[in-house]
Design a protein around this ligand. Structure first.
Ligand code: GLC
Ligand code: CA
Length: 535
């Protein structure tokens, strides 16, 4: 049986930065609601909204102090109800972000837990006796220090592998588990369509608290192989339990953030018998250098890693990584030499994301080609960015700048000073200008999404890669119910002559004058040209 999330296009919203309705410089739920028309036009099916729950905002919402309520900064529970029902009317589903690896240190559970060893909540978190030194080398990655933080009241240390403000849960405790399953039921009952599970592979730590071995990789490993502080096998038990709760609520999706860039780990989270998560992120594309062969090999590795029947997914950008338009400009990921080349690459990347076999995840703003820019120290807000300053590319503020709606004041995001500076290119790069331009990147995204929806071959079909040219990513998508689709994507800044051997009808291509037929003898693809044809 096919599930709705397999045919859907997801769109991630970082709520602080999407749209501000009450002019305080911070995006909110009502702001998202005001933009539903835009999202319908774009053609996306599902919104994954990053956390908007009550939070002291030490990690901007990824530190939750009440899992069942909306932070006043974002609105109220009623605002969420209205958003859910309006979205539903317009055919859009909503997925929440569940931060179940850790809470905020201001969650009432943690207040209770840290007050005394005898507190009934004490065992909900992870503790070691204070001996003057941490028990192992696990690090708080946003503080670049030990992950074991002192707690004077009990003479112990608690675990927090992000910041000391994010104490981690003991998922071996049954009451804790039940508390989370109840939270999930609460949101299902309110009508949410599923969860993205934050740090899903982090719930369990080594029971012997062994030190992680050294890794030579700084990013994303922070010089440690994370085999003991996360990625423990016990997590599969919890995924099965969460799956049972989701199944009982009807067709609700569970999407795992599988930490690091390990496709085998991600693949394992689907479960051997389709009994764990429905989707798990494989983050390889976020680290892939520009090039047709790189992406093809990465996609093939991912398909091969997945258990039978598991449905793939792809993502190019999210709130934790430099935006891809920016990456493909920089030297490390492939060095585009001009603004025009960056733009051309954004089109190529979009065509790939939206025609591969697997659910695509779009990060807000990528549809207008939003990029990053180096922040001045004074503007940094992200704890990781502050801890790693002046190193570039680790701090996450640059990919979280406000959505660029117009070329007007504050890019139309807010009339108040936005919580993060707007990218300086907003006067030329914004929704308003691109909306009226049929040749814009935004129009390209809309065409691709519409085509993906219209053609079963694209949303559900099989995929066969073709060996035509090393610089051309080429594949055929096939489904029983419609014509096959041939996708030709030239990753090179030079033309490439392709002989593909079958005549066809071009259904979508990057702008070029004339010609809707694909000749049997082939085609000369222009630099960065994309041609999608029925064959
Ligand atoms: C996940 C989130 C990230 C957050 C971290 C700690 O990796 O994507 O934004 O900072 O978890 O919750
Ligand atoms: Ca606001």
């Amino acid at each position: 049986m096919r599930h709705w999330w397999e045919d859907a296009v997801f769109y991630q919203i970082y709520p602080r930065s999407f749209a501000d309705s009450n002019e305080d410089g911070i995006g909110d739920l009502q702001g998202i609601r005001n933009k539903l028309g835009y999202l319908v036009d774009l053609g996306v099916d599902v919104l994954w909204i990053s956390p908007f729950f009550k939070s002291p905002m030490k990690d901007f919402g990824y530190d939750v102090s009440d899992y069942r309520d909306v932070d006043p900064m974002f609105g109220t529970l009623d605002d969420l109800r209205t958003l859910l029902s309006d979205a539903k009317t317009r055919g859009i589903r909503i997925v929440l972000d569940l931060v179940a690896n850790h809470s905020s240190d201001e969650h009432p559970w943690f207040f209770e837990a840290r007050s005394s060893k005898d507190s009934p909540k004490h065992d909900w978190y992870l503790w070691v006796p204070e001996t003057g030194r941490p028990p192992n080398n696990w690090t708080a990655i946003f503080e670049l220090g030990s992950a074991w933080h002192p707690n004077l009241a009990t003479g112990e240390r608690y675990l927090g592998t992000f910041t000391k403000y994010q104490p981690e849960f003991n998922w071996r405790n049954d009451e804790l588990r039940e508390a989370f399953y109840d939270i999930m039921r609460f949101w299902y009952a309110l009508g949410v369509d599923g969860f993205r599970l934050d740090v899903a592979t982090g719930y369990f730590k080594d029971s012997e608290l062994r030190s992680n071995p050294f890794s030579s990789k700084a990013n994303p490993d922070f010089f440690q192989k994370h085999i003991y502080d996360r990625n423990r096998p016990e997590v599969h038990e919890v995924f099965k339990e969460m799956r049972a709760v989701a199944d009982a609520a009807g067709e609700r999706v569970l999407i795992g953030e599988t930490h690091g860039q390990d496709r085998l780990l991600a693949a394992s989270c689907y479960g051997k018998h389709d009994d764990e998560l429905h989707l798990a992120f494989n983050f390889e594309f976020l680290y892939e250098k520009w090039g047709a062969r790189n992406f093809r090999e990465s996609a093939e590795r991912w398909y091969a890693a997945l258990p039978d029947g598991a449905w793939p997914n792809f993502t190019l950008s999210n709130h934790d990584h430099p935006r891809h338009a920016w990456r493909y400009r920089g030297r490390r990921f492939g060095g585009a030499s001009s603004e025009a080349e960056t733009e051309a690459r954004a089109r190529v990347a979009a065509a790939m994301l939206l025609t591969l076999r697997g659910t695509p995840f779009i990060y807000y703003g990528e549809e207008i080609g939003m990029t990053c820019y180096p922040f001045p120290r004074a503007a940094l807000r992200d704890p990781l960015g502050i801890a790693t300053w002046p190193l570039r590319g680790l701090g996450r503020d640059p990919e979280r700048t406000p959505m660029q709606w117009t070329g007007g004041e504050n890019a139309g995001f807010s009339t108040a000073k936005p919580w993060l500076p707007i990218n300086r290119d907003y006067r030329s790069r914004n929704v308003a200008t691109q909306e009226t331009d049929p040749a814009s990147l935004l129009s390209w995204y809309k065409s691709l999404i519409a085509l993906r929806r219209a053609k079963a071959a694209l949303h559900e079909g099989s995929i066969t890669f073709l060996d035509l040219d090393v610089d051309v990513l080429a594949y055929t998508r096939r489904a029983a119910s419609c014509e096959s689709i041939l996708v030709l994507i030239n990753f090179a800044s030079q033309p490439r002559a392709i002989s593909q051997g079958a005549p066809g009808r071009v259904v979508l291509r990057t702008a070029r004058a004339g010609g809707t037929a694909l000749k049997a003898e082939g085609i000369v693809l222009k630099p960065y040209e994309v041609v999608i044809a029925e064959v």
